[in-house]
Design a protein around this ligand. Structure first.
Ligand code: NCD
Ligand code: ZN
Length: 349
């Protein structure tokens, strides 16, 4: 008998879809399995106004069709107008606002340098119940790249949350046991997303036996003890942890370069990888919470009524190693082990 697992259709609470030919090439990889996704606004130039978010949403829908719902975000800058944010949220154009410390990651030059300059926006968001999504790394050159997340919690995140009661915050793509512990110590107005790849790789995967540019992402993968803390959090059933793949495509020539871009592209095989990780942790029954229920719970949205079914296969699942796009070829994340869970192909409802 085939072992199978049926879940409400999952959502991706942190996704990069890019624009133009790259968008056209990679968006179907997410729309095939996911019903909704929080869409990152780090285009060039970034999505900073409600009008830009609405236009970007329409460009996404033109590619995916209406079976996929992009949940738009605004890129927070020191010039963001609180009234525009609140109006865009009220009009149903945006779901959240994204905070990038300036210079922290790909296309983050317009991010925030002085956090006091965004106080009025944060207060308006707390008042209106608009979640803040955070890229949680400091950019201080004196702080080691492997410590930047833990330092961000102490220097930036905790002070912001103390000064802005009622602000709902998502710590995105957490990579450390410190972040897990911080989320666990706080009330439910703080949630965290965990990526597929951070459940699979540690820093050895990037650096041992030759540098592996397709495993380089930000925040950078940490020691094995941190990966284990992430697996523990994701498979624990704690509703504050949910899936945000951070699937972030770059053309291969931009990754395989003397200065390679950060980002892992996991949209194609995420559900197969997650099923395997959860099964190995003896927690297949917790996948539904992590991928399909906890995110809508935090964002106060309904759980999807459509479903997907994963089936255990006797032979390893096959999936493309590369996705061809009009903006170049994109390498699909290689977990480094064969996958035995396949999403059943069926017409989406
Ligand atoms: C993301 C990208 O490529 O836009 N890269 C990454 O390594 N995750 C940016 C981000 O989310 O930090
Ligand atoms: Zn990201």
């Amino acid at each position: 008998m085939t072992q199978s697992l049926t879940l409400p259709r999952p959502d991706d609470w942190h996704l990069h879809l890019r624009d133009g030919a790259m968008l056209a090439g990679i968006a179907p990889e997410s729309a095939r399995h996911f019903a909704r996704a929080i869409i990152m606004p780090n285009l060039v130039p970034p999505v900073v106004t409600g009008a830009q978010a609405a236009a970007y949403r329409d460009r996404i829908l033109a590619v995916t069709g209406t079976g996929f719902t992009p949940l738009m975000t605004l890129y927070l800058t020191e010039a963001t107008d609180p009234a525009d944010v609140v109006a865009a949220h009220k009009a149903g154009i945006i779901t959240a606002v994204k905070l990038y410390p300036a210079g922290a990651t790909t296309n983050s030059a317009s991010g925030v340098r002085d956090f006091d300059r965004v106080r009025a926006v944060l207060e308006a968001m707390a008042e209106a119940g608009i979640p803040l999504c955070t890229h949680g790394e400091v950019t201080d050159h004196a702080v080691d790249i492997f410590d930047r997340e833990a330092v961000f919690i102490d220097r930036v995140l905790d002070p912001i949350r103390r000064k802005t009661p009622g602000l709902r915050v998502v710590m995105e793509h957490i990579t450390t046991s410190e972040a897990v512990a911080y989320v666990q110590s706080q009330p439910a107005d703080l949630g965290a997303t965990i990526t597929t790849h951070h459940l699979v790789i540690n820093r050895n995967h990037i650096l041992v036996g030759g540098i592996k540019p397709h495993y380089y992402c930000l925040p950078v993968a940490k020691r094995e003890a941190h990966r284990l803390a992430l697996v523990q959090a994701a498979t624990s059933g704690d509703a504050r942890f949910f899936l945000g793949t951070d699937s972030a495509p770059h053309a291969d020539d931009a990754k395989e370069s003397a200065c390679g871009c950060a980002g892992c592209f996991t949209a194609t095989n995420t559900m197969s990888i997650l099923a395997q990780i959860f099964e190995e942790a003896g927690a297949l029954d917790k996948l539904e919470g992590f991928a399909s229920r906890n995110g809508p719970g935090f964002y106060r949205l309904p759980v999807n009524s459509a479903t997907i079914t994963l089936e255990k296969t006797p032979e390893p699942v096959t999936y493309p190693a590369k996705i061809e796009t009009g903006a170049g070829q994109v390498t699909v994340f290689d977990p480094g082990f064969p996958l035995y869970w396949q999403v059943r192909q069926e017409a989406t409802s």
